[in-house]
Design a protein around this ligand. Structure first.
Ligand SMILES: [Zn+2]
Ligand SMILES: [Zn+2]
Length: 316
């Protein structure tokens, strides 16, 4: 078959033809795409019109123009008890075509002005303050000690007035962190970093984490060996804790412990770099979506190998 609108070839299978014959309807003359366009043409979710509510006469925005025959009500009237939708019911007449009667029903039944309920006067406010102080002490040409304090406060609130109203009252959380890090560098051969961090979270208390990293570089072969080992702590965000739909107030912070081992090889005076790293991380209380809400997964693990090949390309 050839679509009479877009002239695309389309197939009507024997089974489809049997179906049309059974209901005594003509074989389609439009391809499936064009017939879908026609099926949906009477819907409007893209254009807005300024018009009056047919009940209280207030000015409103609607996806139904003033020309439609059926009444259109503002959000307040639509959700009120000022009309009874069952008043518009019609007795079905089997001697008349269905669509004729369906049109009569649509032409007199009131509808709401928009498919969405009001979302006006809804707002989400959030603030994040961060204060960071860091001091470097150059103890020796091979040794740098870093001391730092970090303070962070976040707050959030939201109000949504609509079909699925939700109110998220003002919530705050603050974290104070102290960190100490020592960097050792012997010539350009050996590098080591040891760091300790203590965080005090307003809700989750004190967490201590650390990180050890070292690298050894063999200059004449261009080879570098690297290794890190460390622990992590991540408190749930305000959204994860308090959002009325997704949040869960009893979430625990995520804790992790992980290490990696890597080797880097420079080729042709560093123009090409090949690197391979193996990593392994173990998580406790990892925060994940469970289908109904956010939850802590008792234990999780991630491990893998990362391969990098990097080349410097210069035009001749
Ligand atoms: Zn077509
Ligand atoms: Zn109204």
């Amino acid at each position: 078959m050839k679509c009479k609108q877009c002239t695309t070839e389309f197939i009507v299978t024997a089974n489809q033809q049997k179906f049309y014959d059974r209901f005594d309807v003509p074989t389609p003359t439009l391809c499936p795409y064009c017939s879908k366009v026609r099926q949906l043409a009477w819907r409007n979710e893209r254009f807005f019109y300024l018009r009056k509510c047919d009940m209280c006469q207030v000015d409103m925005v609607s996806c139904f123009s003033a020309e439609v025959t059926h009444p259109v009500y503002c959000n307040n009237c639509w959700w009120s008890d000022k009309f009874d939708p069952t008043d518009y019911g019609l007795e079905y007449d089997f001697s008349r075509p269905f669509f004729e009667q369906f049109k009569e029903l649509l032409d007199k039944t009131p509808v709401g002005n928009l498919f969405m309920a009001t979302s006006e006067n809804s707002e989400y406010k959030s603030k994040l303050w961060k204060l960071d102080w860091q001091h470097n002490l150059f103890l020796h040409k091979t040794n740098t000690l870093t001391i730092g304090v970090e303070y962070q406060q976040e707050q959030g609130e939201s109000v949504y007035n609509g079909l699925f109203s939700s109110i998220f009252p003002l919530r705050k959380a603050h974290t104070t962190g102290f960190y100490l890090q020592d960097q050792i560098r012997v010539a350009s051969q050996f590098f080591a970093t040891v760091g300790v961090r203590i965080d005090k979270h307003s809700q989750f208390g004190i967490a201590t984490t650390f990180r050890i990293a070292q690298a050894y570089f063999i200059e004449h072969t261009g080879t570098k060996f690297k290794a890190t080992y460390g622990t992590g702590f991540k408190a749930p965000s305000l959204f994860q804790l308090y959002d009325s739909f997704y949040g869960y107030e009893d979430l625990e912070p995520e804790k992790s412990i992980g290490w990696d081992l890597g080797i880097e090889q420079q080729i042709i005076k560093g123009k090409i770099l090949i690197a391979a790293t193996y990593f392994s991380n173990q998580y406790e209380n990892l925060i994940k979506w469970s289908g109904q809400g956010l939850t802590n997964i008792d234990n999780a693990e991630s491990k893998g190998t990362e391969l990098i090949i990097r080349a410097q390309i210069k035009p001749l």
